[in-house]
Design a protein around this ligand. Structure first.
Ligand code: CA
Length: 223
């Protein structure tokens, strides 16, 4: 899952990106509205965290322009807590909002819910065979026993599970799991797949040679 943070306060931006990475998300940052809109239009993000008061383009304007061609879930961060500001944000196409100062745990929970809803999943637990992936607690059980995955392994399992039964191409995996700032050592997909198979069974992830990976089902829709 890849998230874009559009926030002009450098410390907050850095802290948010760091927190997201610790949760296993790929996180990209934009420090003004113009850069934010360009990145949001350019890349298929799973969610966007958007500050309202931004240099360049104001957050509401970023959202209005983005909504002409993208439905990426957007959560607004704002120091403006008036009802009319929240209404304007939602009317401009925001899916949720948080008023600053906010608790990081709440932001992360809201993002999980946004991403879950955008994939059409009402139940936070995805079951594939004897494996249960809990997208709320970000934990995985196999036959009722919790399996410890690294944040990156979890992110890959969740991505494949959210699109279960469908082939996920390697380029989609790279796009969704790794941000602009990730080093190359962390993004060897084959290594993560091999570790996941050791933990969840060798048949959990199916390889489609030269194409990508899939869990569950036998559908052939490409993502
Ligand atoms: Ca700001």
């Amino acid at each position: 899952m890849r998230v874009l943070v559009i926030e002009d306060e450098p410390d907050l931006s850095q802290a948010l990106a760091q927190a997201l990475r610790e949760e296993g998300y790929a996180a990209d940052r934009a420090l003004d509205g113009t850069e934010g809109l360009a990145k949001a239009e350019d890349c298929d993000y799973d969610a966007i965290v958007l500050d309202l008061s931004l240099p360049g383009l104001d957050g509401l304007e970023v959202l209005r322009r983005l909504r002409r061609n993208r439905t990426t879930p957007a959560l607004i961060l704002t120091a403006r807590d008036g009802v009319s500001d929240r209404v304007r944000g939602l009317d401009a196409g925001a899916d949720d909002y948080l008023v600053k100062p906010f608790a990081l745990t709440e932001l992360l929970a809201r993002l999980r819910a946004l991403i879950r809803r955008s994939t059409g999943l009402a139940d936070p637990v995805i079951r594939i065979g004897d494996t249960a992936i809990n997208t709320a607690t970000r934990t995985v059980e196999r036959a009722g026993i919790e399996v410890t995955l690294t944040a990156r392994e979890y992110a890959l399992v969740e991505l494949l599970a959210l699109y279960r039964g469908r082939l996920i191409t390697r380029s989609v995996i790279y796009d969704r799991l790794f941000g602009d700032d990730d080093d190359t050592l962390s993004n060897v997909v084959e290594v993560h797949v091999s570790h996941i198979r050791k933990k969840l069974g060798k048949d959990f992830i199916q390889t489609r040679r030269g194409q990508g990976y899939q869990v569950g089902g036998s559908g052939s829709d490409d993502v």
